[in-house]
Design a protein around this ligand. Sequence first.
Ligand SMILES: O=C(O)CCC(=O)C(=O)O
Length: 265
Amino acid sequence: MSQSAWNIALLQMDVKIGEPERNVETVRRMAREAMEGSERPDVLVIPEMWNTGYALDRIHELADPEGRTLRELLSGLAKTYGVHIVGGSIAEKRTGGVYNTIYAFDREGREVADYSKIHLFRLMDEEKYLQSGDKPGTLELDGVPAAMMICYDIRFPELARKLALGGARVLFLPAEWPHPRLHHWRTLQMARAIENQMYVVSCNRVGVSGGTAFFGHSMIVDPWGEIVAEGGEQECIVRGRIDLGLVEDVRGRIPVFEDRRPSLY
Ligand SMILES: O=C(O)CCC(=O)C(=O)O
């Protein structure tokens, strides 16, 4: 089955640094709230590192071993509500260290994909505490090819292009992106959406942690670069509907992929 449209709900939460249990309660509450009302979402998206925040100096003690507890939680929520979940990213402990990893689940609660952030953000010392993943993030939901990146990854156009050439029609982007780079955040998502003619669906956190203020502005950008939905700076659920047929329409009108000259650059 290939779906023609999705209702999306972005759980733009305030992540409490170093308090996984409180953050679990927030995710449970916001997932429940997202499912209320007439426009039931098809997909829920959660921010980056939502279990721990950037408690990097304690990350080895706080990270979820193999992501076991949180994978069970997210799978249970997906099954209970009959919704796909792109489970933000979590700090998870594996052999070799702590990874910043997205797990994704389908409406039956089956784990369908995982992706560990491959570009670690040196401005926030990630490379000192985290291990980087070594494969791009692809998934399929309702037969729709999609992709996953995390926060800083959006600065790497080569990665988004590779995922689009691989067939992705929607790019999911959990993030913890702070002030003062709101202009970069919005512009980079619009650019990736326009140049790859795909939806970009991001979920950023809000709140202040360790002196850093996170601005939210979770977004859904369509393949023309138009903003379908955008959050403010408070904790909230950002909702929007995406028409998956628009991807083929835009790709047909301006055939960027066919017009590429990769032998020249
Ligand atoms: O690239 C940026 O400006 C922010 C990236 C970031 O905060 C992250 O990857 O966690």
